[in-house]
Design a protein around this ligand. Structure first.
Ligand code: PLP
Length: 394
């Protein structure tokens, strides 16, 4: 099988699996226990915290372990909103193509009386920093813009946006789930106050993640209970998962440059090959995108049928995001960059992994070409387009 859905989840690295098993077998103690078995688990936890912090140029004290990216997004946003509310600040700025962990949290806050401005991401899938600046008001308590988009892979001008927020004294959070372990992230240089990450997007285990909160910024807890994570996240820590996540992240950071170069080469070949399909278009900026992300629209077909037929050919890919699959609405990300419904329905996301080979890339190109042509052969929309009854958009 060719696995080209790494934006949905990644396979755990061998080192991460080994680490997880060794901690499960040899260090099953509770980090809150005072005897040495517990204290060894505590040491594992704290050394993982150091390792994770180092990769993003943070301090260990600024890292809070969570159950994943969704929880980190929820905690960062809700905490910032509730603290802002106490100062009479109930306005939040975000973008139209955020992950649902962000958008649905914002919707909930709107129902509680907060006002949310969702910035346009334009045709190229990028937020314009000047537009963030002009959206900031006296009562803005938070700006939350994702580092890299999970569907179309576009990388946002985070450093510039962070700088604007610093100058205006507004808190800045970024959902960096797709960026961490794949492209350089430096919380100091990038002017980030809060950042969310998820272990299973960089070859760590599912159900692990972390929230970075800059020293001096207050954080509220969402889960009541024990005093774990310095009182900010109750519940016995997932020690084996956290230890494995730290190993996976260290590994990803060490190999980042080599991996990114390999991915980019193969991504560019995929883009070049898929462009040969008539009435197709790449989604999002062609170069300001994650090294492993390819996203296309093909006019006159349904993305779901494309996926099923690719699966028959041994290729695992995605159309829109895993969260919207199963619903009839096209991806909110593709609509946000201005794709009309009919076109957005015919989308394909290929998120390749570090072990992809040139031969596999050629297989993907050939298979997508065959499947698109086959599906167009009996598509009523395609018939209308080719007979002139409907106008081509792409
Ligand atoms: C996967 C993903 C999340 C959710 O992370 P989980 O660990 O699965 O909860 C949030 N944001 C982005 C951009 C993602 O890609």
């Amino acid at each position: 099988m060719i696995y080209a859905d790494n934006a949905a989840t990644t396979k755990m690295s061998e080192a991460a699996v080994n680490r997880m098993f060794s901690v499960i077998n040899e260090n099953f103690g509770n980090p809150s226990s005072l005897y040495s078995l517990g204290q060894r688990a505590k040491e594992i936890l704290e050394s993982a915290r150091e390792d994770v912090a180092k990769v993003i140029n943070a301090r260990a004290k600024e890292i809070y372990f969570t159950s994943g990216g969704s929880e980190a997004d929820n905690q960062a946003i809700i905490s910032a909103a509730k603290i802002g509310e106490k100062k009479g600040k109930k306005h939040i700025i975000s973008s139209a193509f955020e992950h649902h962990a962000v958008l649905h949290t914002l919707k909930k806050l709107e129902r509680e009386g907060f006002e949310v401005t969702l910035l346009n991401v334009h045709e190229n899938g990028l937020v314009v920093p000047e537009e963030v600046a002009s959206a900031i008001r006296e009562d803005t308590c938070l700006v939350t813009i994702m580092f890299a988009n999970n569907e179309i892979g576009t990388i946002q001008p985070i450093r510039e946006i962070g700088k604007i927020c610093r100058e205006k004294g507004v808190l800045f959070h970024t959902d960096a789930v797709q960026a961490i372990g794949h492209i350089p992230v430096d919380v100091e240089a990038d002017n980030i106050d809060m950042l969310s990450a998820s272990g299973h997007k960089f070859h760590g285990p599912k159900g692990t993640g972390f929230l970075y909160v800059k020293k001096g910024i207050r954080l509220l807890n969402l889960i009541e209970g024990g005093a774990q994570e310095r009182g900010k996240r109750a519940g016995t820590e997932n020690v084996p998962g956290i230890a494995a996540m730290a190993v996976a992240l260290k590994e990803a950071a060490e190999k980042m440059e080599v991996n990114a170069a390999h991915l980019e080469r193969n991504r560019n070949r995929l883009i070049e090959g898929l462009k040969e399909i008539p009435h197709s278009a790449i989604n999002g900026d062609e170069t300001k995108r994650l090294p492993g992300n390819v996203n296309f629209c093909f006019e006159g077909i349904e993305g779901e049928s494309l996926l099923l037929l690719l699966d028959d050919k041994g290729i695992a890919a995605s159309s829109g995001s895993a969260c919207t699959s199963g619903s009839l609405d096209p991806s909110h990300v593709l609509l946000a960059i201005g794709r009309v419904h009919d076109v957005a329905h015919g989308s394909l996301r290929l998120s390749i992994g570090e072990d992809i080979t040139e031969k596999e890339v050629e297989t993907i190109i050939k298979s997508v070409k065959e499947v698109v042509e086959y599906l167009r052969g009996f598509s009523p929309i395609w018939r209308d387009l080719t007979s002139g009854k409907k106008q081509f958009i792409l």
